[in-house]
Ligand binder design. Structure first.
Ligand code: UGA
Length: 443
């Protein structure tokens, strides 16, 4: 099949690459010429394991193309994926400017029946707005072309995006016509061969499913973070509690890891947007508001622990931070807990050394210049600990899992570890001569 994907961000690029890998002919369109030129040279705008080789191979085979011209891509194509950004507006709602502009453009280029797929995460009711834009553009051309708008939310995780796309748990399709539903079934057939993973529903249900899924996962995390705070104050080890409750199959082990808060481009944005949608609909979504509030507070927990331990004035102290990305497997720094921690330490007068195996370049782009003056970007994880007062683990990359404690002890000024992701066994750390501070394991 022939597809056009508009937007070569995270979702768009992975979607395009994976469809081409499964035999579809895909053209990815983006208005950013530099991005498109780079993609043609095999330079990807994001770090994502496994994506580069798929892009390179399929580009060389000619099944994956890149262009800035939507009209060119639209020739003989009847499936269009909208995968542009929906950044949060000032009030938390998803900004649909780019989605609606692309819808208008699609309406001005389609030549025959087309299915227009909302792949971006968009609030309930967006498909109707997309439909209006396409209709208006068609009317302006005096063209009477039939089309359908479909909601097909994406559930891939950064760092595991290719695998998640190629082997999805489920494929949600919100379609209000049989014609569109059939076309979507054909399109996804290669991904749904061993077991039927397709779930059809109406468009609004699909739009809501995406927000409900992310909000549920964010709720699990905030719930567990809340429990971890209680555990700290009651002399309980949250890690035992996590295992204890996870063994109940109704609860399960996933997404109940306490830590220093969830980040990334999805959970924070989607929970906010759903709160706004609820409020706009005249409903007070108190649980979702609490999920967000807990998360904002949780991002401050590591900084608070450092200040509890060393006092409010950190002048003359240096801290080594392990991990900057919002989670392992990505260079994404959006809404990362490391940002909140760095700011808190700098505000209290400290200096910080940072190391991340992948996100150093991204960090240099995103951390403001006035903060960078007091930050040393270390060459490796051990250099980051040179003459530091403590090591603070923020992102649980594998390389931090079993460090050389002897080497650390020799380098550091004080032997203190703040474990923001409960990666270490406190006993082992204490035996290695370190003072240990985890999440939900002590006050
Ligand atoms: C999330 C969802 O997991 C995907 O299903 C969804 O498609 C995606 O958002 C999206 O909407 O595009 P992602 O943001 O890539 O994926 O990252 P996750 O792996 O879900 O992690 C999010 C955050 O939660 C990270 O900061 C992670 O450290 C934190 N987390 C996760 C915890 O603190 N505890 C946990 O138990 C799990």
């Amino acid at each position: 099949m022939k597809l056009t994907i508009i937007g070569t961000g995270y979702v768009g690029l992975v979607t395009g690459a994976c469809f081409s890998e499964m035999g579809s002919h895909v053209t990815c369109v983006d208005i950013d010429r530099e991005k498109i030129d780079n993609l043609k040279k095999g330079i990807l705008p994001i770090y994502e394991p496994g994506l580069e080789s798929i892009v390179l191979n399929n580009y060389q085979d000619g099944t994956l193309r890149f262009t800035t011209h939507l009209a060119q891509a639209a020739k003989d194509c009847n499936v269009f994926f909208i995968a542009v950004g929906t950044p949060p507006g000032q009030d938390g709602s998803a900004d649909l400017r780019y989605v609606l502009e692309v819808a208008r453009q699609i309406g001005s280029v389609i030549e025959d029946y087309a299915v227009i797929v909302d792949k971006s995460t968009v609030p309930v009711g967006t498909a109707d707005k997309v439909r209006d834009q396409v209709s208006q553009a068609l009317e302006a051309r005096g063209a009477a072309i039939e089309f359908d708008v479909v909601s097909n939310p994406e559930f891939l995780k950064e760092g595991a995006a290719v695998n998640d796309f190629l082997k999805p748990d489920r494929i949600i399709v919100g379609a209000d016509s049989d014609r569109a539903a059939k076309l979507m079934r054909r399109l996804y057939a290669p991904f749904s061969r061993n077991r039927d993973k397709m779930m059809f529903m109406n468009v609004k249900d699909a739009e809501m499913t995406k927000y409900a899924a992310n909000s549920m996962l964010a709720t699990k995390i905030s719930f567990m973070n809340e429990i971890s705070n209680l555990c700290e104050r009651l002399g309980v080890d949250v890690e035992n509690v996590r295992k204890g409750i996870g063994s109940d199959s109704r609860i399960g082990y996933s997404f109940i890891y306490p830590g220093c808060g969830y980040g990334g481009s999805c959970f924070p944005k989607d929970v906010k947007a759903l709160v706004k949608t609820g409020r706009d609909a005249g409903f007070a979504p108190t649980l979702l508001e609490a999920v967000e509030e807990r998360n904002n507070l949780q991002k401050q927990v590591l900084g608070d622990k450092v200040i509890n331990r060393f006092g409010p004035d950190l002048t003359g102290r240096t801290f080594g931070i392990w991990g900057l990305a919002f989670k392992p497997g990505t260079d994404d720094m959006r809404e990362a807990s490391s940002r909140v921690l760095i700011r808190a330490l700098l505000d209290a007068g400290a200096r910080v050394n940072v190391y991340d195996p992948v996100a150093m370049g991204q960090a240099k782009k995103e951390i403001p210049a006035h903060e960078q003056e007091k930050i040393c970007f270390a060459q490796d994880q051990y250099t980051a600990l040179d003459r530091t007062d403590a090591c603070i683990l923020v992102t649980e990359w594998k390389t931090f899992r079993q460090p050389d404690f002897k080497k650390m002890a020799a380098l550091m000024k004080a032997r203190v570890i703040f474990d923001g992701r409960n990666q270490y066994d406190p006993e082992e750390i204490k035996e290695a001569g370190f003072e240990y501070h985890g999440i939900g394991r002590e006050l």
